[in-house]
Design a protein around this ligand. Structure first.
Ligand code: MSP
Length: 509
């Protein structure tokens, strides 16, 4: 039986349309899912939309729609973007679906039966954009300490989750599992937060309707974060604890942005502890994108729309850029110039050109038919060993979610390929009939190294990998067996490859 692997993205609020920030998390999850599938895992890759809560209700009112109408409309935009971005998710969960609502009610009820959810009264400050409560002392000038926007004072009857009870257990869990919260800087941030003391958490609201009713008291709706976080198990069929739940839970990795770390590493694990369910193995928080040096915001009208980027530059160029440009975990800046630069230098010059040059040479010198390689020289050996070492490096980097380093390792081999051609100078070998065998070897090494490169690239740039593999092996499917030297069979016909990435004029915006 294949080992199971479960990866998730956050579920996106439907009050906003998708932008590169959303595309980024989803893309990272997709690369991980594709890579794990390539390595023989049975992958469950979940994404979806977060459709309840005051924020969505307000947006719907402003648009003159019901919240569900808004959600129906916006979730389609997410779904169609994911198709366009070649996202290979297994499931797409919406928090308005029956399967989800049922699971949330059961989880709430179980924690309540245990005595860890109780009825009390709330008097605190609420930040609607963040859907978060704050005490007066936490506010900065009566504004939200996270986003600096105005908060509202709320006094209402509320159910509370006894989060304080789980403080020590949570701290012990974080300390005993150094990989649970990543990157490390984020882990330290959460450890200090927990050490400052956990307060009980308000987990219901009475001032609006758009949510899942609290079991047994429909004056209340379940707090949107309790509702949303539970998606990670309702999509697996919870409260049913067999089937997908048994197979995939606990989750291998929740990928999220840094702004929602506390919800995933404090609230979510303590809810699970209270329900007696296992804790996810890893939560990784990536950084935020700014645009041309500025925060992305509707009011600045600088929101980068992924559909437009894909239309303009192509899906794989966008996929490559987002994961190559910035180390996963750090903040990054988006600019058209940086994207164009990556396309021209890494994709057109290095990757595309190598395939183009080498297949053209095979055509010219051997009528496009791969020959049996002869004796291996020192130069060949170094190139082969570098290619084989890349397989292990990429594996390690992907395990650490260091996507840009994985791509860097692949590009070192691509550069080594271009250098190998310059050093072996096939055009000189071709002039000497006695060097036919040497020329055969050089051709074989050049193309075989690229076959492995494209096999690994199938996780990052599926369409480009398909083109590369179709050209080299006549099948567009990347396989785990393909991750070993010697896959190319002498006698194979390899036609000259088209340019994979045409250069873009730098003056283009
Ligand atoms: N609905 C909640 C998540 C619930 S998960 C159980 C939510 N939704 S969101 O739509 O506001 O944000 C989703 C993700 O997009 C977050 O991980 C957030 O970090 C990410 N990003 C939003 N803007 C971003 C950037 N500018 N850059 C990178 N990621 C950003 O929060």
């Amino acid at each position: 039986m294949k080992p199971a692997f479960y990866v998730t993205t956050p579920i996106y609020y439907v009050n906003d349309v998708p932008h590169i920030g959303h595309a980024y998390t989803t893309l990272a999850a997709d690369v991980l899912a594709r890579y794990k599938r390539l390595k023989g895992f049975d992958v469950f890759f979940l994404t979806g939309t977060d459709e309840h809560g005051q924020k969505v209700e307000k947006a719907a009112n402003a648009a003159g729609e019901t919240p569900l109408e808004l959600a129906d409309r916006v979730m389609k935009r997410f779904q169609s973007l994911w198709e366009k971005l070649e996202i290979s998710n297994t499931d797409f969960i919406r928090t308005t679906q029956e399967r989800h609502k049922k699971g949330v009610s059961v989880l709430f009820e179980r924690v309540m039966e245990k005595g860890d959810i109780y009825l009390g009264e709330y008097e605190d400050w609420y930040c609607t954009p963040c859907e978060t409560f704050w005490t007066e002392t936490q506010l900065i000038d009566y504004k939200c300490p996270d986003c600096n926007r105005p908060t509202e004072k709320l006094k209402e009857e509320s159910y509370f989750f006894r989060m304080s009870k789980y403080q020590d257990q949570l701290l012990a869990h974080i300390e005993a599992n150094p990989d649970f919260i990543q990157p490390k800087s984020r882990r330290n941030e959460i450890i200090s937060f927990v050490k400052e003391g956990l307060r009980d958490l308000s987990v219901s609201r009475t001032t609006f309707q758009w949510g899942i009713p609290v079991p047994g008291n429909d004056k209340h709706v379940v707090y949107v974060w309790f509702d949303a976080l539970t998606n990670y198990i309702t999509a697996l069929g919870y409260p049913e604890e067999g089937g997908d739940f048994e197979k995939y839970w606990p989750c291998d990795v929740h990928l999220i942005g840094k702004d929602i770390l506390r919800f995933h590493t404090v609230y979510w694990p303590t809810f699970l502890m209270a329900a007696g369910l296992p804790i996810p193995s890893k939560v990784f928080a990536h950084g935020w994108w700014t645009v041309e040096g500025q925060k992305m915001s509707k009011s600045l009208q600088n929101v980068v729309e992924p559909n437009m980027l894909i239309d303009k530059y192509g899906v794989d160029a966008v996929r490559y850029f987002l994961l190559r440009e910035v180390p996963f975990g750090l903040d990054g800046d988006f600019s058209h110039q940086a994207l164009i630069h990556r396309i021209n230098s890494d994709l057109a010059n290095d990757l595309g050109n190598l395939l183009n040059r080498s297949t053209a040479m095979l055509g010219k010198y051997f009528g496009g038919v791969l020959q049996t390689p002869g004796e291996e020289s020192e130069l060949d050996k170094a190139y082969r060993e570098k290619t084989v070492a890349m397989i292990g490096q990429v594996d390690g980097f992907i395990d650490e979610l260091a996507f840009s380093r994985a791509l860097q390792a692949i590009w070192e081999v691509i550069s080594a390929g271009n250098k190998y051609i310059d050093e072996t100078a096939p055009w000189t070998l071709a002039k000497d009939p006695e060097k036919r065998e040497r020329l055969s070897t050089v051709m074989y090494y050049m193309l075989e190294s690229q076959r492995i490169v494209y096999t690994l690239l199938s996780a990052f740039m599926p369409k480009t990998a398909q083109k590369g593999l179709s050209c080299l092996v006549g099948s567009d499917e990347a396989t785990a067996e393909g991750l070993a030297w010697g896959g190319l069979k002498p006698g194979t016909a390899i036609a000259k490859a088209e340019a994979l990435f045409p250069r873009i004029e730098e003056k283009a915006e």
